[in-house]
Ligand binder design. Structure first.
Ligand code: ADP
Ligand code: MN
Length: 390
């Protein structure tokens, strides 16, 4: 099935069900899901901005079924695009159309790989999909790790059989010892043996890796294999910088979760960073350069504003005669520099990303306090990354 390769970001998923879609550029991630996940995203983006900032940007939903055709899609797309900034809108709509056009052309392979006809996929019992920002977009060689959170992995509505099965997994894995396990992982040039690499030179660690190979005694070392990789030009220093960046975000995640009232079972933290050492260095340099450029601009702006404030004060006190128009002018300067910054930011190569994902079994529970079950995993990851930066 050669055309499968065109649905590129399907290859970028490291865990979970088949059926996620994206365009070839990978800007959008479209995942078939149940209403519960849609509700969780809606609530987060409407009422909990701090929490929403931990999630991939939620752009809306699409209903896909056998009856979905170009015209019904066209009707749905404006609602999706509503959440996007003007500049992105057109691109996103095109991307969705292109993706779905391709998916529709795909022959069904009987394994549910192309699941936008969800009725044909035994694992997907819904026609709804969330449309998300693809967090692997903008990376040259994205290294990805999916850390499935929780000691208890099942929600209140799970049948006894599932509870038992998941509790067995917890007992046998780092879900038990650390409150998370590696559900999937991929590392660019992650092996010396070419046979262990895929066609893009990634070493893919399947879900069995986190279940049968990673344990409480080697988990720091195994996550180290994700971060440090001399083969790809990621040495101690560079790796430590990446770990430090993740550590900062992890602390933020802990803070927000500790101040939120949710229950999430089997949600994940999705770690992504640039796996090509050279591209990583370049991305860091470019981001730093822009940061200092913006700092410089801000300093100039502050100075100018101080001067204006002084002038104003003098005008108002009648000390000098003048025109307060200068204030408006300053406003324009500020707006200009903001726009520049935004444009430059969106074209910068990416360094890393940490996102909370998979809310199939998540809900808001006002009045019930923080989600200690998920926090356990986050806190263990903080400790592990503290060791990695040392
Ligand atoms: P499932 O319910 O099938 O487990 P997940 O939400 O956990 O679905 O997603 C499965 C996999 O898809 C993740 O392990 C990750 O690799 C990838 N993925 C999920 N959300 C995104 C996203 N927004 N951007 C990029 N990749 C994603
Ligand atoms: Mn998942």
């Amino acid at each position: 099935l050669p055309s499968h390769a065109e649905l590129q970001p399907c290859d970028h998923t490291v865990a979970g069900h088949d059926g996620a879609l994206s365009d070839a550029n990978g800007e959008l991630f479209i995942k078939p899901c149940m209403q519960q996940e849609i509700d969780f995203y809606e609530k987060a983006f409407q009422e909990h901005p701090d929490f929403a900032a931990l999630m991939p940007v939620y752009l809306g939903t699409l209903a896909l079924n056998d009856a979905t055709d170009a015209s019904s899609l066209n009707e749905q797309l404006p609602a999706v695009a509503e959440h996007l900034s003007e500049g992105l809108k057109e691109e996103a709509v095109l991307a969705v159309k292109e993706t779905l056009g391709k998916a529709a052309d795909e022959p069904a392979d009987g394994q549910g790989n192309i699941a936008w006809k969800p009725n044909k996929n035994r694992r997907i019992v819904t026609n709804a999909s969330v449309v998300l920002e693809n967090s692997t977009y903008g990376f040259k060689k994205p290294n990805i790790l999916d850390a499935k959170l929780g000691r208890r992995l099942w929600a209140d509505d799970a049948p006894m059989e599932k509870r038992k099965r998941f509790d067995e997994i917890t007992k046998a894995t780092t879900n038990g010892s650390h409150g998370f396990r590696i559900a999937g992982m991929r590392v660019y040039k992650g092996s010396d043996n070419p046979e262990e690499l895929d066609s893009e030179d990634f070493r893919i660690y399947s879900k069995d890796y986190g279940r049968f190979q990673v344990n409480k005694d080697n988990v720091v070392q195994e996550i180290g294999k994700f971060i440090f990789n001399e083969r790809a030009g990621i040495d101690e220093d560079l790796g430590r910088a990446v770990a430090q960046a993740f550590l900062g975000d992890l602390r933020r995640v802990e803070h927000v979760l500790a101040n939120s009232e949710t229950r999430m079972y089997s949600a994940s933290l999705l770690f992504t960073f640039e796996g090509d050492g050279e591209a990583l260095r370049e991305a860091i340099e470019q981001n730093n350069a822009l940061a200092s450029e913006m700092e410089e601009k801000n300093r100039e702006l502050d100075l100018a504003q101080e001067t204006v404030a002084e002038l104003e004060a003098q005008v108002h006190s009648g000390a000098i005669e003048g025109d307060v128009k200068v204030v408006e002018l300053m406003g324009d300067v500020a707006a200009d520099s903001d726009e520049d910054g935004d444009a430059e930011l969106s074209t910068l190569p990416r360094i890393y990303s940490l996102k909370l994902i998979d809310f199939a079994h998540a809900e808001w529970v006002p009045g019930q306090g923080p989600d200690e079950n998920s926090l356990l995993g986050v806190r263990s990851l903080i400790k592990i990354f503290e060791e990695l930066v040392r």
